[in-house]
Design a protein around this ligand. Structure first.
Ligand code: PMP
Length: 358
């Protein structure tokens, strides 16, 4: 039986994508083998790899002057790859709006002169700080942001004015959730395991005119141009994960693209936030203009009730609702593959739990 899994990642995948993969698991389209078993140098896999890139370009409207690659190592590896690839001047400013943004900054300090331009740590990352171009140094390679804070549940609604300095964004829990203009970014990266596919693949989208500025110490495997030249096939790729991502991209297209998915995401999030805001029992501490569409943290009046909530919800088939240890309480991650019915089931359970425990 499928349950509603509110995990922050790896997260739910669309059922029809899983079923499609299942149907072809042991014999992929007459090849007599699984995608997992075939050479990444063969024609069959090359077609999958090419379709994955084409579809991502189509659904995200990625212009030709951006390269798209599928790499390994998770978003965490890009914390290092970013300053190693964008190392013309050897300086970069970081906006710290949560745990992962902080980690990116900490890694960057090893490879570049990294400074914090703004931070939301003063109010426990419950908002996105207001910034003007005065927040940023003039002679820097890039400004790094994290579009959606997976742990505390905030998101950037508008990009800071960096005075023309390229913006690099960690979109691990944001990509494909709503429409945005890729042209406004110098580089985008995202681990797949939330809105895109299984863990193992990381998406890198980079404006081509930023390439060629690698630090001379940049390892071959971290250099974006290595994989760009080889169309993500420089070494053995996470082929099955990329195949699953390709199926998810087909699903996004079939759903009407990100435009339609965004409407569903907005309905799901509104439904849940409205319920929380109208309740005196539950609370979401994020300042309203910055609330995430994807990750909704909330608490009951006390820790014991939070624990009870998580246990009883799991027994009802609503799982992985425990908040991150840094935020406490609960967190409902409602990525693209979480059906509206799943969010409604959660709200129905919240109503019952409130009645029984207030
Ligand atoms: N950035 C963000 C915003 C994340 O949510 C996560 C994972 N939860 C990471 C980075 C780390 O990703 P990975 O595990 O793929 O390295």
């Amino acid at each position: 039986m499928r349950i509603y899994n509110f995990s922050a990642g790896p997260a739910m995948l669309p059922l029809e994508v899983l079923e499609e993969a299942q149907k072809k698991l042991t014999d992929f389209e007459g090849s007599g083998m699984s995608v997992m078993e075939m050479s990444h140098r063969g024609k069959v896999y090359e077609a999958i790899n090419a379709e994955a890139e084409e579809l991502l370009r189509e659904i995200m409207n990625i212009p030709e002057d951006y390269a798209v690659i599928f790499v390994q190592g998770g978003a965490s590896t890009q914390f290092e790859a970013v300053p190693l690839n964008l190392a013309k001047l050897g300086t970069a400013d970081y906006v710290v709006t949560g745990n992962f943004a902080e980690k990116a900054y900490t890694e960057a300090q090893k490879f570049t002169d990294a400074k914090i331009a703004a931070s939301s740590a003063d109010r426990n990352h419950t908002y996105i700080p207001e910034m003007t171009s005065a927040n940023f140094r003039k002679d820097i390679d890039f400004v790094h942001i994290c579009s959606n804070n997976t742990i505390f549940g905030t998101r950037f609604r508008a990009l800071p004015d960096t005075g023309g300095i390229p913006i690099v964004s960690d979109m691990s829990s944001y990509i494909l959730s709503e429409e945005f203009d890729v042209n406004k970014y110098g580089m985008i990266y995202a681990g797949a395991q939330k809105n895109i596919g299984p863990a193992g693949v990381t998406i890198v989208i980079v404006k081509r005119n930023l390439l060629g500025n690698e630090s001379k110490n940049c390892p071959t495997m971290l250099k974006w141009s290595t994989q760009i030249k080889e169309k993500s096939l420089y070494n053995t790729p996470p082929s099955f994960s990329t195949y699953m991502c390709m199926l998810v991209f087909r699903w996004v297209k079939k759903m009407g693209g990100i435009k339609e998915i965004q409407k569903i995401n907005e309905r799901k999030a509104k439904n849940l936030y409205d319920f929380i805001d109208n309740s005196k029992f539950y609370n979401n501490k994020v300042e309203k203009p910055f609330r995430s569409l994807m990750n909704v943290p909330f608490v009951t009046p006390n820790d014991e009730l939070d624990e009870k909530f998580i246990k009883e919800a799991a027994a009802m088939g609503l799982t992985t609702l425990k908040g991150h240890r840094l935020a406490g309480g609960m967190r409902a991650s409602i990525y693209n593959a979480m059906p509206e019915a799943g969010v409604q089931r959660l709200i129905d359970f919240m109503k019952v739990f409130e009645k029984q425990n207030k």
